[in-house]
Design a protein around this ligand. Structure first.
Ligand SMILES: Nc1ncnc2c1ncn2[C@@H]1O[C@H](COP(=O)(O)OP(=O)(O)OP(=O)(O)O)[C@@H](O)[C@H]1O
Ligand SMILES: [Mg+2]
Length: 507
């Protein structure tokens, strides 16, 4: 085989009103880890979709060569047969099938028309071991968090013969620990001779594992760096990505928290299916007016579950404990009740809970604030447009029009719509769960600025974050959770990564 496993020549791909890829040429070396970076909407996912046959031959201009043969794929199935596997940014598992069924879906062998299930359960353990996922293979995928689903996807890719593995933002929903494991996994694959293309917004991770880094901007390939030959820094990558320097990633802020606006006492949450299991165990915390709180801890610590359960019982079989808003006991029986009491929620699961993908951007943004822009039940279209246009501008949502269907946006731009919607509802207490997941460095700073301004205007914010630098850079106080319990709290001045880890493990 030649030096390059994949060559892309003069690739151009248009969508109505958008040139997603503009004459891109790119070479991927046999056996390397090649990282693809760029702002939200730069064309990264589209490029990978072209390579893997999501967009069939004829849907784009230019040529793709895989293992020195020009490709003529009609679907992903064709590229899989040749040894190419793609793990999409938005996970594509079947939620109501088990882990092992998902791993082998579409490529199980039958004997006399019968599938040997026990064999596949056993086989699946081999791949689950390889990716470090220790869950019974019979577990339904819908019961797993996004991070674990990610590992199932990788196990699925491994179970087929794969020479080129494409991972579109594999660590976006993982915390530092889990990301590190995943990156080591990718390094292992490299040793086994598997070539990897990894798309990521986490530039420190890119620099840790990549042999080559290619930067896309506005659908064009801007630069390719051989990381072993030349020293590459995050600053250089950012400059290529956004076309300018970006100095302040976290805004300065003077925090002046006021009185307590919300207090949670002895809050416990029970598992939706296994009613005896406490997912959150006796959590107590308070939130002040104008304060930004961060909740950190490993995946499965119970942070999301705690917040969703407070938000009108959106998670859990049931909960116990006391909730006070503005000093008064509050009973929030539904998410609607939570909103009526001044709470807003940005979900980590933008596809499942956050967005109506088949609706346009405008409708998605105004969805939670229809009360403000309608009179006697009739939506004022002009106000709706103004609202959507404002957020498109503020958060730089990349789209030809606010009438665009949300599904057609790039992943990071979908996230910006989710954030816009909650901002538009203008709550007093904001719960934001992984607000910057999949968002590029520039737009992250925009979101931090907005959260900061909200706090300065007296709104209160609870941020669930797996990115420690984000928590350290933004929060007035950091609550650390693990195994369903609050293990401790750190003030902004005293918090460090080490102290957070220590609290999570030791308490
Ligand atoms: N099916 C589609 N219909 C219309 N436009 C699309 C479609 N898919 C992608 N686009 C547009 O193509 C451009 C590139 O999108 P792409 O998803 O490749 O970006 P990306 O680099 O992966 O961004 P992100 O980091 O946010 O995931 C964007 O402007 C996007 O809105
Ligand atoms: Mg993408």
């Amino acid at each position: 085989m030649g030096e390059y496993i994949l060559e892309i020549k003069n690739l151009t791909k248009d969508f109505p009103g958008v040139r997603a890829l503009d004459n891109v040429s790119l070479k991927i070396k046999q056996g390397e880890i090649h990282s693809l970076v760029g702002e939200n909407g730069a064309g990264k996912s589209t490029l990978m979709s072209v390579i893997s046959g999501v967009y069939p031959k004829g849907d784009y201009e230019g040529k793709v060569f895989f293992k020195e043969k020009e490709t003529h794929y009609h679907s992903v199935k064709d590229s899989e047969k040749e040894g190419l596997a793609i793990i999409h940014q938005e996970l594509a598992l079947s939620p109501y099938l088990s882990i092992y069924e998902n791993i082998f879906l579409g490529h199980m062998q039958t004997k006399f028309g019968i599938i040997n299930w026990n064999y596949y359960i056993k086989e699946s353990n081999k791949y689950l071991d390889q990716v470090g996922l220790y869950e019974p293979p019979e577990t339904l995928v819908s019961k797993l968090g996004v991070g674990k689903q990610q590992l199932v996807e990788i196990a699925r890719a491994l179970s087929k013969k794969v020479d080129l593995l494409i991972l579109d933002e594999p660590t976006s929903s993982l915390n530092d620990d889990e990301s590190e494991k995943l990156l080591n996994l990718i390094l292992d694959f490299k040793k086994q001779g598997i070539t990897c293309v990894m798309i990521s917004h986490k530039l420190n991770e890119v620099l840790k594992v990549a042999d080559t880094v290619t930067v896309l901007r506005d659908g064009k390939s801007i630069a390719s760096y051989d990381v072993k030959k030349e020293k590459l820094t995050e600053e250089q990558i950012i400059r290529d990505m956004v076309g300018r320097d970006l100095t302040h990633r976290f805004p300065d802020r003077k925090s002046r928290p006021g009185d307590t606006i919300m207090e949670v006492r002895n809050w416990s949450v029970y598992h939706p299916d296994y009613h005896a299991i406490k997912v959150v165990d006796n959590a107590s915390f308070c939130l002040k007016k104008g304060e930004i709180l961060a909740f950190c801890g490993p995946m499965g610590a119970g942070r999301t579950e705690l917040m969703m359960s407070i938000f009108g019982g959106s998670y859990g079989y049931r909960s116990e404990g006391e909730l006070y808003i503005n000093g008064k006991a509050a009973y929030l029986a539904s998410s609607r009740a939570a909103m009526n009491n001044g709470l807003g929620y940005i979900s980590e699961d933008r596809k499942g809970l956050g967005l109506i993908l088949i609706q346009d951007i405008k409708t998605n943004i105004s969805y939670s604030s229809l009360g403000q822009i309608s009179r006697m039940g009739v939506v004022n279209n002009e106000q709706e447009i103004l609202l959507a246009e404002k957020f498109r501008k503020d958060l730089n949502i990349r789209t030809p029009s606010i009438n665009q269907i949300t599904r057609n946006l790039s992943g990071g731009n979908q996230q910006k719509v989710v954030v816009s919607r909650s901002l538009a509802a203008d709550p007093e207490i904001f719960i934001v769960d992984e607000p910057t997941r999949g968002i590029d460095v520039g737009a992250k700073t925009e979101i931090y600025n907005i959260l900061n301004d909200l706090a300065a205007a007296g709104k209160s914010i609870i941020m669930v974050s797996s990115e420690l630098p984000e928590a350290l850079g933004m929060a007035d106080r950091i609550y650390v959770m693990n195994e369903g319990k609050i293990k401790g709290v750190l003030k902004h001045e005293e918090a460090t990564q080490e102290k957070i880890m220590h609290l999570a493990l030791v308490g």
